[in-house]
Design a protein around this ligand. Sequence first.
Ligand code: XMP
Length: 518
Amino acid sequence: MKINMLNESGIIILDFGSQYTQLIARRIRENNVYSEILSPETKIDEILSKKPAGLILSGGPNSVYKSDAPKFDTRILSLDIPIMGICYGLQLLAHKDGGRISSSGDGEYGFASININKQSGLFSNISSESEVWMSHGDKIEEMPDRWQILATSSNGVIAAIGNENQSRVATQFHPEVSHTKEGKEIISNFLFKISNCTPNWTAGNFINEQINIIRERIGKKKVLVGVSGGVDSTVVAALLHKAVGENSIAVLIDHGLLRKNEAIDCVDALQKGLGVNINSYDESESFLSKLNMITDPEKKRKIIGNEFIFSFERIAENLGKIDFLAQGTLYPDIVESGFSKGKSAHVIKSHHNVGGLPENMDFELIEPLKDLFKDEVRKVGLELGLPKSLIQRHPFPGPGLGVRIIGEISRSRIKILQEADKIYMDILVEDNLYDEIWQAFAVLIPVQTVGVMGDQRTYENLLGLRAVTSQDGMTADWFRMPSDTLSKISNRIVNNVQGINRVVYDITSKPPGTIEWE
Ligand code: XMP
Protein backbone atom coordinates (compact mmCIF):
# COMPACT_ATOMS: atom_id res chain seq x y z
CA MET A 1 0.00 0.00 0.00
CA LYS A 2 1.36 3.40 -0.95
CA ILE A 3 1.14 5.90 1.86
CA ASN A 4 0.54 9.55 1.17
CA MET A 5 3.38 11.43 2.83
CA LEU A 6 2.06 14.82 1.77
CA ASN A 7 -1.27 14.62 3.56
CA GLU A 8 -1.83 18.26 4.50
CA SER A 9 1.69 18.60 5.84
CA GLY A 10 4.00 18.71 2.79
CA ILE A 11 4.65 20.56 -0.43
CA ILE A 12 4.27 19.65 -4.09
CA ILE A 13 6.86 21.21 -6.38
CA LEU A 14 5.86 21.47 -10.02
CA ASP A 15 9.09 21.29 -11.98
CA PHE A 16 9.12 23.60 -14.96
CA GLY A 17 12.65 22.51 -15.84
CA SER A 18 14.84 24.48 -13.43
CA GLN A 19 18.35 23.27 -12.74
CA TYR A 20 17.65 24.06 -9.08
CA THR A 21 14.44 22.06 -8.53
CA GLN A 22 16.17 19.46 -6.35
CA LEU A 23 17.63 22.25 -4.28
CA ILE A 24 14.12 23.50 -3.54
CA ALA A 25 13.25 19.99 -2.32
CA ARG A 26 16.39 19.90 -0.25
CA ARG A 27 15.66 23.25 1.43
CA ILE A 28 12.19 22.00 2.25
CA ARG A 29 13.60 18.80 3.76
CA GLU A 30 16.01 20.91 5.81
CA ASN A 31 12.88 22.26 7.47
CA ASN A 32 11.80 18.66 8.12
CA VAL A 33 8.92 19.05 5.69
CA TYR A 34 8.16 16.41 3.06
CA SER A 35 8.00 17.39 -0.60
CA GLU A 36 7.34 15.71 -3.90
CA ILE A 37 8.52 16.89 -7.30
CA LEU A 38 5.93 16.42 -10.02
CA SER A 39 5.68 17.21 -13.69
CA PRO A 40 3.84 20.46 -14.44
CA GLU A 41 1.43 18.36 -16.50
CA THR A 42 0.17 16.57 -13.39
CA LYS A 43 -3.61 16.71 -13.37
CA ILE A 44 -5.42 18.68 -10.73
CA ASP A 45 -7.19 15.55 -9.42
CA GLU A 46 -3.89 13.88 -8.67
CA ILE A 47 -2.64 16.96 -6.88
CA LEU A 48 -5.81 17.22 -4.85
CA SER A 49 -5.72 13.54 -3.94
CA LYS A 50 -2.31 14.08 -2.37
CA LYS A 51 -3.62 16.93 -0.19
CA PRO A 52 -0.50 19.12 -0.20
CA ALA A 53 -0.23 21.97 2.31
CA GLY A 54 1.26 24.16 -0.42
CA LEU A 55 2.55 24.23 -3.97
CA ILE A 56 5.76 25.62 -5.40
CA LEU A 57 6.11 26.42 -9.09
CA SER A 58 9.80 26.10 -9.93
CA GLY A 59 11.93 28.15 -12.26
CA GLY A 60 12.50 27.02 -15.81
CA PRO A 61 14.24 27.96 -19.04
CA ASN A 62 11.10 28.98 -20.97
CA SER A 63 9.28 32.21 -21.58
CA VAL A 64 5.60 32.31 -20.57
CA TYR A 65 4.48 33.53 -24.01
CA LYS A 66 6.36 30.92 -26.03
CA SER A 67 4.43 28.04 -27.57
CA ASP A 68 6.94 25.55 -26.17
CA ALA A 69 6.33 26.69 -22.57
CA PRO A 70 5.44 23.64 -20.45
CA LYS A 71 1.71 22.94 -20.36
CA PHE A 72 0.00 22.74 -17.00
CA ASP A 73 -3.48 22.50 -15.58
CA THR A 74 -4.27 26.17 -14.96
CA ARG A 75 -7.16 25.24 -12.66
CA ILE A 76 -4.40 24.60 -10.12
CA LEU A 77 -4.08 28.35 -9.74
CA SER A 78 -7.63 28.60 -8.37
CA LEU A 79 -7.14 25.98 -5.67
CA ASP A 80 -7.54 26.96 -2.07
CA ILE A 81 -3.90 26.01 -1.40
CA PRO A 82 -1.00 28.48 -0.95
CA ILE A 83 1.26 28.75 -3.99
CA MET A 84 4.77 30.13 -4.28
CA GLY A 85 6.34 30.85 -7.65
CA ILE A 86 10.10 31.01 -8.13
CA CYS A 87 11.62 32.82 -11.14
CA TYR A 88 9.66 31.33 -14.08
CA GLY A 89 7.02 30.43 -11.46
CA LEU A 90 6.70 34.13 -10.60
CA GLN A 91 6.32 35.06 -14.25
CA LEU A 92 3.69 32.36 -14.69
CA LEU A 93 1.63 33.54 -11.72
CA ALA A 94 1.84 37.17 -12.82
CA HIS A 95 1.04 36.34 -16.45
CA LYS A 96 -1.94 34.11 -15.64
CA ASP A 97 -3.41 36.82 -13.43
CA GLY A 98 -3.20 39.47 -16.14
CA GLY A 99 0.29 40.91 -15.61
CA ARG A 100 2.72 41.54 -18.46
CA ILE A 101 6.12 39.90 -18.76
CA SER A 102 8.86 41.28 -20.95
CA SER A 103 11.97 39.79 -22.48
CA SER A 104 14.18 42.79 -22.79
CA GLY A 105 17.36 40.77 -23.07
CA ASP A 106 19.01 42.55 -20.16
CA GLY A 107 18.36 40.03 -17.42
CA GLU A 108 19.96 39.74 -14.01
CA TYR A 109 22.47 36.98 -13.40
CA GLY A 110 24.32 36.48 -10.14
CA PHE A 111 24.16 38.50 -6.95
CA ALA A 112 21.68 41.36 -6.55
CA SER A 113 20.51 43.22 -3.51
CA ILE A 114 16.81 43.68 -2.89
CA ASN A 115 14.78 46.09 -0.84
CA ILE A 116 11.88 44.55 0.96
CA ASN A 117 8.73 46.67 1.13
CA LYS A 118 6.67 44.43 3.33
CA GLN A 119 8.04 42.25 6.09
CA SER A 120 5.01 40.09 6.82
CA GLY A 121 4.44 36.58 5.46
CA LEU A 122 7.16 35.60 3.02
CA PHE A 123 9.63 38.16 4.35
CA SER A 124 8.83 37.85 8.02
CA ASN A 125 12.05 38.56 9.97
CA ILE A 126 14.11 39.11 6.80
CA SER A 127 16.45 42.12 6.67
CA SER A 128 14.94 45.06 4.80
CA GLU A 129 17.94 44.98 2.47
CA SER A 130 19.06 41.50 1.56
CA GLU A 131 21.41 39.78 -0.89
CA VAL A 132 19.86 37.33 -3.37
CA TRP A 133 20.80 35.20 -6.39
CA MET A 134 19.18 36.09 -9.69
CA SER A 135 19.17 34.13 -12.92
CA HIS A 136 16.54 35.45 -15.31
CA GLY A 137 16.14 37.06 -18.72
CA ASP A 138 12.40 37.83 -18.49
CA LYS A 139 10.81 40.09 -15.87
CA ILE A 140 7.49 41.62 -14.82
CA GLU A 141 6.75 44.72 -16.85
CA GLU A 142 3.21 45.31 -15.62
CA MET A 143 1.84 44.02 -12.34
CA PRO A 144 -1.34 41.93 -12.30
CA ASP A 145 -4.37 43.57 -10.62
CA ARG A 146 -4.76 43.07 -6.89
CA TRP A 147 -1.16 41.95 -6.47
CA GLN A 148 1.46 44.02 -4.72
CA ILE A 149 5.19 44.36 -5.02
CA LEU A 150 6.89 42.88 -1.96
CA ALA A 151 10.49 43.57 -2.98
CA THR A 152 12.49 45.34 -5.68
CA SER A 153 16.05 44.68 -6.79
CA SER A 154 18.70 47.37 -6.89
CA ASN A 155 18.54 47.03 -10.69
CA GLY A 156 14.93 48.23 -10.58
CA VAL A 157 13.45 44.79 -11.28
CA ILE A 158 10.40 43.53 -9.39
CA ALA A 159 11.95 40.93 -7.12
CA ALA A 160 8.94 39.58 -5.22
CA ILE A 161 5.17 39.87 -5.37
CA GLY A 162 2.14 38.69 -3.42
CA ASN A 163 -1.62 38.73 -3.85
CA GLU A 164 -3.97 40.46 -1.41
CA ASN A 165 -4.03 37.79 1.28
CA GLN A 166 -0.55 36.47 0.40
CA SER A 167 -1.88 33.01 -0.43
CA ARG A 168 0.02 33.54 -3.69
CA VAL A 169 3.61 34.76 -3.36
CA ALA A 170 6.51 34.70 -5.77
CA THR A 171 10.15 35.65 -6.05
CA GLN A 172 12.08 36.54 -9.16
CA PHE A 173 15.26 35.45 -7.35
CA HIS A 174 16.16 31.94 -6.24
CA PRO A 175 15.72 31.53 -2.47
CA GLU A 176 16.76 27.86 -2.79
CA VAL A 177 20.40 28.51 -3.72
CA SER A 178 22.90 29.09 -0.95
CA HIS A 179 24.00 32.43 -2.45
CA THR A 180 20.66 33.95 -1.43
CA LYS A 181 21.66 34.98 2.04
CA GLU A 182 18.32 34.57 3.79
CA GLY A 183 16.87 32.09 1.30
CA LYS A 184 16.45 29.36 3.87
CA GLU A 185 14.36 31.65 6.08
CA ILE A 186 12.28 32.81 3.11
CA ILE A 187 11.41 29.23 2.18
CA SER A 188 10.75 28.46 5.82
CA ASN A 189 8.33 31.42 5.94
CA PHE A 190 6.43 30.00 2.98
CA LEU A 191 6.25 26.59 4.66
CA PHE A 192 5.17 27.68 8.10
CA LYS A 193 3.84 31.25 7.95
CA ILE A 194 1.89 30.85 4.71
CA SER A 195 1.29 27.12 4.11
CA ASN A 196 0.79 25.60 7.53
CA CYS A 197 3.18 22.71 6.86
CA THR A 198 4.01 20.21 9.58
CA PRO A 199 7.71 19.58 10.29
CA ASN A 200 7.35 15.81 10.52
CA TRP A 201 9.77 14.77 7.79
CA THR A 202 12.82 13.00 9.18
CA ALA A 203 15.41 10.47 8.11
CA GLY A 204 13.20 7.89 9.85
CA ASN A 205 10.24 8.83 7.66
CA PHE A 206 12.41 8.68 4.57
CA ILE A 207 13.49 5.16 5.52
CA ASN A 208 9.89 4.02 6.09
CA GLU A 209 8.77 5.48 2.79
CA GLN A 210 11.64 3.85 0.89
CA ILE A 211 11.01 0.51 2.57
CA ASN A 212 7.42 0.61 1.30
CA ILE A 213 8.52 1.52 -2.21
CA ILE A 214 11.27 -1.12 -2.30
CA ARG A 215 9.00 -3.87 -0.97
CA GLU A 216 6.36 -3.05 -3.51
CA ARG A 217 8.88 -3.16 -6.36
CA ILE A 218 10.88 -6.21 -5.36
CA GLY A 219 8.16 -8.42 -3.93
CA LYS A 220 9.69 -11.85 -3.38
CA LYS A 221 12.42 -11.40 -5.98
CA LYS A 222 16.11 -10.96 -5.26
CA VAL A 223 18.22 -7.83 -5.29
CA LEU A 224 21.98 -7.56 -5.50
CA VAL A 225 23.75 -4.65 -3.78
CA GLY A 226 27.26 -3.72 -4.83
CA VAL A 227 29.06 -2.40 -1.76
CA SER A 228 32.28 -0.45 -2.22
CA GLY A 229 33.18 0.29 1.39
CA GLY A 230 32.02 3.89 0.99
CA VAL A 231 29.11 5.61 2.70
CA ASP A 232 26.51 5.56 -0.08
CA SER A 233 26.58 1.90 -1.02
CA THR A 234 26.81 0.89 2.65
CA VAL A 235 23.67 2.88 3.43
CA VAL A 236 21.88 1.28 0.46
CA ALA A 237 22.86 -2.20 1.70
CA ALA A 238 21.50 -1.41 5.18
CA LEU A 239 18.29 0.02 3.73
CA LEU A 240 17.70 -2.91 1.39
CA HIS A 241 18.28 -5.34 4.22
CA LYS A 242 15.70 -3.55 6.32
CA ALA A 243 13.23 -3.66 3.43
CA VAL A 244 13.59 -7.22 2.11
CA GLY A 245 15.94 -9.04 4.51
CA GLU A 246 17.63 -12.11 3.05
CA ASN A 247 16.34 -11.35 -0.44
CA SER A 248 18.93 -8.61 -0.53
CA ILE A 249 22.39 -9.95 -1.26
CA ALA A 250 25.25 -7.55 -0.67
CA VAL A 251 28.60 -8.09 -2.33
CA LEU A 252 31.88 -6.36 -1.61
CA ILE A 253 34.61 -6.89 -4.17
CA ASP A 254 37.96 -6.41 -2.49
CA HIS A 255 40.37 -5.49 -5.27
CA GLY A 256 43.27 -5.33 -2.85
CA LEU A 257 43.42 -1.56 -3.20
CA LEU A 258 41.21 -0.60 -0.29
CA ARG A 259 42.42 1.24 2.78
CA LYS A 260 43.74 -0.77 5.71
CA ASN A 261 40.83 -2.64 7.37
CA GLU A 262 38.27 -0.94 5.11
CA ALA A 263 36.72 -4.15 3.78
CA ILE A 264 36.57 -5.75 7.22
CA ASP A 265 35.14 -2.63 8.90
CA CYS A 266 32.43 -2.29 6.31
CA VAL A 267 31.44 -5.97 6.32
CA ASP A 268 31.48 -6.07 10.13
CA ALA A 269 29.30 -2.98 10.45
CA LEU A 270 26.76 -4.45 8.04
CA GLN A 271 26.92 -8.12 9.00
CA LYS A 272 27.60 -8.09 12.73
CA GLY A 273 26.01 -4.73 13.38
CA LEU A 274 22.83 -5.01 11.33
CA GLY A 275 22.61 -8.64 10.22
CA VAL A 276 22.98 -7.78 6.54
CA ASN A 277 23.48 -10.69 4.16
CA ILE A 278 26.90 -9.63 2.82
CA ASN A 279 29.93 -11.41 1.48
CA SER A 280 33.32 -9.97 0.77
CA TYR A 281 35.22 -11.50 -2.15
CA ASP A 282 38.99 -11.28 -2.20
CA GLU A 283 39.64 -10.66 -5.89
CA SER A 284 43.01 -9.00 -5.32
CA GLU A 285 44.99 -11.66 -7.14
CA SER A 286 43.30 -11.07 -10.47
CA PHE A 287 43.33 -7.28 -10.11
CA LEU A 288 46.95 -7.01 -9.04
CA SER A 289 48.28 -9.45 -11.61
CA LYS A 290 46.66 -7.35 -14.36
CA LEU A 291 48.11 -4.19 -12.86
CA ASN A 292 51.63 -5.56 -12.70
CA MET A 293 54.13 -3.12 -14.27
CA ILE A 294 51.39 -0.67 -15.28
CA THR A 295 52.26 2.95 -14.52
CA ASP A 296 49.91 4.98 -16.73
CA PRO A 297 46.99 6.29 -14.61
CA GLU A 298 44.38 5.91 -17.34
CA LYS A 299 45.46 2.34 -18.05
CA LYS A 300 45.24 1.58 -14.34
CA ARG A 301 41.69 2.97 -14.20
CA LYS A 302 40.65 0.96 -17.24
CA ILE A 303 42.10 -2.28 -15.94
CA ILE A 304 40.48 -1.82 -12.55
CA GLY A 305 37.12 -0.93 -14.16
CA ASN A 306 37.22 -3.96 -16.45
CA GLU A 307 38.32 -6.35 -13.73
CA PHE A 308 35.47 -5.06 -11.64
CA ILE A 309 33.03 -6.10 -14.32
CA PHE A 310 34.57 -9.55 -14.72
CA SER A 311 34.53 -10.15 -10.96
CA PHE A 312 31.01 -8.89 -10.62
CA GLU A 313 29.72 -11.07 -13.44
CA ARG A 314 31.47 -14.13 -12.05
CA ILE A 315 30.05 -13.59 -8.59
CA ALA A 316 26.53 -12.71 -9.77
CA GLU A 317 26.35 -15.83 -11.95
CA ASN A 318 26.81 -18.02 -8.93
CA LEU A 319 24.05 -16.35 -6.96
CA GLY A 320 21.11 -17.68 -8.96
CA LYS A 321 18.35 -15.55 -10.45
CA ILE A 322 18.68 -11.90 -9.53
CA ASP A 323 16.25 -9.34 -10.90
CA PHE A 324 17.37 -6.11 -9.32
CA LEU A 325 20.59 -4.28 -8.72
CA ALA A 326 20.71 -1.59 -6.02
CA GLN A 327 23.22 1.24 -6.25
CA GLY A 328 24.16 4.19 -4.06
CA THR A 329 23.64 6.84 -6.72
CA LEU A 330 23.14 10.29 -5.20
CA TYR A 331 21.52 13.35 -6.67
CA PRO A 332 24.86 15.10 -7.39
CA ASP A 333 25.95 12.01 -9.40
CA ILE A 334 22.91 12.50 -11.60
CA VAL A 335 23.57 16.21 -11.99
CA GLU A 336 27.13 15.40 -12.99
CA SER A 337 25.86 12.97 -15.59
CA GLY A 338 23.85 15.83 -17.06
CA PHE A 339 20.34 14.62 -16.28
CA SER A 340 17.76 16.97 -14.87
CA LYS A 341 15.56 15.21 -12.39
CA GLY A 342 12.08 16.58 -12.97
CA LYS A 343 11.69 15.55 -16.57
CA SER A 344 13.67 12.39 -16.53
CA ALA A 345 12.75 10.79 -13.23
CA HIS A 346 12.06 7.48 -14.96
CA VAL A 347 14.86 7.39 -17.48
CA ILE A 348 17.83 8.39 -15.39
CA LYS A 349 20.88 6.52 -16.50
CA SER A 350 22.69 4.98 -13.60
CA HIS A 351 25.95 6.52 -12.53
CA HIS A 352 28.30 3.63 -12.03
CA ASN A 353 29.77 4.45 -8.71
CA VAL A 354 30.80 0.94 -7.84
CA GLY A 355 33.64 1.01 -10.27
CA GLY A 356 31.57 0.68 -13.45
CA LEU A 357 29.17 -2.22 -13.71
CA PRO A 358 28.38 -4.51 -16.63
CA GLU A 359 26.15 -2.86 -19.18
CA ASN A 360 24.82 -6.06 -20.66
CA MET A 361 23.50 -7.41 -17.37
CA ASP A 362 19.80 -7.73 -17.25
CA PHE A 363 19.03 -6.01 -13.96
CA GLU A 364 16.43 -3.46 -13.06
CA LEU A 365 18.08 -0.66 -11.13
CA ILE A 366 17.07 0.43 -7.66
CA GLU A 367 18.55 3.73 -6.53
CA PRO A 368 16.82 4.71 -3.29
CA LEU A 369 19.17 7.64 -2.54
CA LYS A 370 18.92 9.28 -5.92
CA ASP A 371 17.09 12.37 -4.63
CA LEU A 372 19.41 12.96 -1.69
CA PHE A 373 22.58 14.90 -1.07
CA LYS A 374 25.55 13.45 0.79
CA ASP A 375 24.76 15.02 4.17
CA GLU A 376 21.22 13.66 3.96
CA VAL A 377 22.53 10.18 3.17
CA ARG A 378 24.70 10.42 6.27
CA LYS A 379 21.63 11.19 8.39
CA VAL A 380 19.82 8.20 6.90
CA GLY A 381 22.85 5.99 7.62
CA LEU A 382 22.98 7.04 11.25
CA GLU A 383 19.25 6.44 11.61
CA LEU A 384 19.72 2.95 10.16
CA GLY A 385 22.23 2.25 12.93
CA LEU A 386 25.50 2.37 11.02
CA PRO A 387 28.49 3.53 13.06
CA LYS A 388 29.39 7.22 12.93
CA SER A 389 33.00 6.39 12.00
CA LEU A 390 31.78 4.75 8.80
CA ILE A 391 29.10 7.29 8.00
CA GLN A 392 31.41 10.29 8.32
CA ARG A 393 34.06 8.67 6.13
CA HIS A 394 35.64 10.80 3.44
CA PRO A 395 34.85 9.90 -0.19
CA PHE A 396 37.06 7.18 -1.65
CA PRO A 397 37.59 6.67 -5.39
CA GLY A 398 36.53 3.46 -7.15
CA PRO A 399 40.12 2.62 -8.24
CA GLY A 400 41.17 3.08 -4.61
CA LEU A 401 44.82 3.10 -3.71
CA GLY A 402 45.56 2.19 -7.34
CA VAL A 403 45.57 5.91 -8.16
CA ARG A 404 47.38 6.86 -4.97
CA ILE A 405 50.40 4.67 -5.63
CA ILE A 406 52.10 6.68 -8.29
CA GLY A 407 53.89 4.45 -10.78
CA GLU A 408 54.01 0.70 -10.34
CA ILE A 409 51.63 -1.05 -7.97
CA SER A 410 52.86 -4.00 -5.93
CA ARG A 411 51.68 -5.70 -2.76
CA SER A 412 54.64 -4.28 -0.84
CA ARG A 413 53.88 -0.73 -1.98
CA ILE A 414 50.19 -1.15 -1.15
CA LYS A 415 51.17 -2.25 2.36
CA ILE A 416 53.44 0.78 2.85
CA LEU A 417 50.69 3.15 1.74
CA GLN A 418 47.99 1.43 3.82
CA GLU A 419 50.10 1.72 6.97
CA ALA A 420 51.03 5.36 6.39
CA ASP A 421 47.50 6.32 5.40
CA LYS A 422 46.09 4.66 8.52
CA ILE A 423 48.39 6.69 10.77
CA TYR A 424 47.43 9.85 8.91
CA MET A 425 43.68 9.18 9.32
CA ASP A 426 44.08 8.19 12.99
CA ILE A 427 45.85 11.46 13.79
CA LEU A 428 43.21 13.52 11.99
CA VAL A 429 40.61 11.87 14.23
CA GLU A 430 42.78 12.27 17.34
CA ASP A 431 43.23 15.98 16.65
CA ASN A 432 39.52 16.50 15.87
CA LEU A 433 40.28 17.56 12.32
CA TYR A 434 38.79 14.66 10.34
CA ASP A 435 35.27 16.11 10.12
CA GLU A 436 36.55 19.53 9.07
CA ILE A 437 38.19 18.01 6.01
CA TRP A 438 36.26 16.93 2.91
CA GLN A 439 38.83 14.38 1.81
CA ALA A 440 42.27 13.42 3.06
CA PHE A 441 44.65 10.69 1.96
CA ALA A 442 48.28 9.77 1.53
CA VAL A 443 50.04 9.24 -1.79
CA LEU A 444 53.07 7.04 -2.34
CA ILE A 445 55.50 8.78 -4.65
CA PRO A 446 58.02 6.75 -6.67
CA VAL A 447 60.95 8.85 -5.57
CA GLN A 448 63.55 7.86 -3.03
CA THR A 449 65.38 10.42 -0.94
CA VAL A 450 68.24 10.29 1.51
CA GLY A 451 67.63 10.51 5.23
CA VAL A 452 69.32 9.67 8.51
CA MET A 453 67.85 7.54 11.27
CA GLY A 454 69.96 6.76 14.31
CA ASP A 455 73.39 6.95 12.80
CA GLN A 456 72.26 5.19 9.67
CA ARG A 457 71.81 6.63 6.22
CA THR A 458 68.40 5.80 4.77
CA TYR A 459 67.30 5.87 1.14
CA GLU A 460 63.55 5.39 1.15
CA ASN A 461 60.24 6.45 -0.34
CA LEU A 462 58.62 9.86 -0.31
CA LEU A 463 55.04 10.18 0.96
CA GLY A 464 52.63 12.96 0.01
CA LEU A 465 49.78 14.05 2.26
CA ARG A 466 46.67 15.56 0.73
CA ALA A 467 43.76 17.18 2.60
CA VAL A 468 41.13 19.37 0.96
CA THR A 469 38.01 21.29 1.80
CA SER A 470 35.24 21.22 -0.77
CA GLN A 471 31.47 21.24 -1.27
CA ASP A 472 31.20 18.60 -3.93
CA GLY A 473 34.69 17.69 -5.15
CA MET A 474 34.31 19.83 -8.28
CA THR A 475 36.48 22.55 -6.81
CA ALA A 476 38.61 22.30 -3.69
CA ASP A 477 41.06 24.17 -1.55
CA TRP A 478 43.93 22.68 0.38
CA PHE A 479 43.21 22.36 4.07
CA ARG A 480 45.18 24.69 6.36
CA MET A 481 46.50 21.89 8.54
CA PRO A 482 47.88 23.01 11.92
CA SER A 483 51.66 22.65 11.93
CA ASP A 484 51.63 20.63 15.17
CA THR A 485 49.41 18.06 13.52
CA LEU A 486 51.60 17.94 10.42
CA SER A 487 54.61 17.42 12.59
CA LYS A 488 52.92 14.62 14.55
CA ILE A 489 51.86 12.87 11.32
CA SER A 490 55.30 13.10 9.79
CA ASN A 491 57.07 11.84 12.92
CA ARG A 492 54.74 8.95 13.52
CA ILE A 493 54.83 7.80 9.90
CA VAL A 494 58.59 8.00 9.49
CA ASN A 495 59.15 6.26 12.82
CA ASN A 496 56.63 3.48 12.25
CA VAL A 497 56.32 2.76 8.56
CA GLN A 498 59.22 0.96 7.09
CA GLY A 499 59.92 2.24 3.61
CA ILE A 500 59.13 5.93 4.19
CA ASN A 501 61.71 8.45 5.36
CA ARG A 502 60.23 11.77 4.17
CA VAL A 503 56.75 13.34 4.19
CA VAL A 504 55.50 16.35 2.20
CA TYR A 505 52.17 18.23 2.29
CA ASP A 506 50.31 19.16 -0.90
CA ILE A 507 49.24 22.84 -1.02
CA THR A 508 47.57 22.86 -4.44
CA SER A 509 43.94 23.84 -4.87
CA LYS A 510 41.58 22.44 -7.53
CA PRO A 511 41.80 23.93 -10.10
CA PRO A 512 44.59 23.98 -11.17
CA GLY A 513 45.34 20.65 -9.46
CA THR A 514 42.92 17.75 -9.13
CA ILE A 515 42.18 16.20 -5.76
CA GLU A 516 43.73 12.83 -6.61
CA TRP A 517 47.27 12.80 -7.94
CA GLU A 518 46.49 10.42 -10.78
P1 XMP B 1 39.65 14.65 -8.82
O1 XMP B 1 40.93 13.92 -8.63
O2 XMP B 1 39.03 14.45 -10.18
O3 XMP B 1 38.64 13.99 -7.79
O4 XMP B 1 39.74 16.09 -8.46
C1 XMP B 1 37.36 14.45 -7.47
C2 XMP B 1 36.68 13.41 -6.61
O5 XMP B 1 36.43 12.22 -7.39
C3 XMP B 1 37.12 11.11 -6.83
N1 XMP B 1 37.65 10.33 -7.94
C4 XMP B 1 37.12 9.18 -8.38
N2 XMP B 1 36.07 8.47 -7.94
N3 XMP B 1 36.45 6.86 -9.61
C5 XMP B 1 35.75 7.29 -8.56
O6 XMP B 1 34.81 6.62 -8.14
C6 XMP B 1 37.52 7.50 -10.12
O7 XMP B 1 38.15 7.07 -11.08
C7 XMP B 1 37.87 8.74 -9.46
N4 XMP B 1 38.84 9.66 -9.67
C8 XMP B 1 38.70 10.62 -8.73
C9 XMP B 1 38.18 11.70 -5.94
O8 XMP B 1 38.57 10.80 -4.90
C10 XMP B 1 37.51 12.95 -5.43
O9 XMP B 1 36.65 12.65 -4.35
